[in-house]
Design a protein around this ligand. Structure first.
Ligand SMILES: [Zn+2]
Length: 188
């Protein structure tokens, strides 16, 4: 039984309390005077949620931090930042709460997020030619590598990669699509 030290109005001081009944207001029994009184449940700002990401044949289990009142919905995109796997672009496939599967829920009510890795990401590209810049989005695999100097054909446009900006800070000569914020190219 969870116990915590909270203020008892009967004793007039902080005492050990045991949870009698959980609800919007928890009913707590004071260990000193045995009085039962309602206590507003303390709101935590962040919820640490177990997340299982399915990646084809394998699945990766990790924990993500979300704000308690974040609204989660099946089909929604979710960025999962795992120490071992890096940032994964996923899509929520199911939300588990109290052994039930829900279509949508607030983060604080979710015990496990079931997600699938989205292998396609949209690479944002700016291509310039003769002082004009065009922006486009190219669907690629998240693990596709791009390198400064390489020539890319996309949507009828042929361009040479001149700069790659990373999702974190800074630029790189070589990066995977999922780590790229924007790629600049010079039209050929
Ligand atoms: Zn008491």
């Amino acid at each position: 039984m969870p116990e915590e030290t909270i203020f008892c109005p009967t004793c007039g001081e902080d005492t050990e309390h045991a949870l009698v009944k959980a609800g919007q207001s928890n009913l707590m029994r004071c260990a000193e005077c045995s009085t039962i009184h309602p206590v507003q449940a303390v709101r935590k700002r962040f919820a640490n949620i177990r997340t299982v990401v399915n990646r084809g044949d394998t699945s990766v289990s990790c924990c993500i931090n979300l704000q308690e009142d974040d609204h989660l919905k099946v089909g929604q995109e979710l960025l999962v930042d795992d120490e071992a796997e890096g940032v994964m672009v996923t899509e929520i496939s199911s939300l588990e709460s109290n052994g039930r599967r829900l279509q949508q829920a607030q983060a604080k009510d979710v015990e496990t997020i079931w997600a699938r890795s989205v292998d396609r990401v949209e690479l944002k590209v700016s291509v310039y030619k003769g002082g004009r810049t065009r922006s486009m989005k190219i669907p690629v695999a998240g693990s596709d590598s791009f390198e400064v100097g390489e020539v890319i054909d996309a949507g009828g446009t042929r361009f040479k990669v001149v700069k790659i900006k990373l999702r974190g800070e800074g630029f790189a000569d070589l990066a995977e699509a999922k780590d790229i914020v924007r790629l600049w190219g010079r039209e050929l």
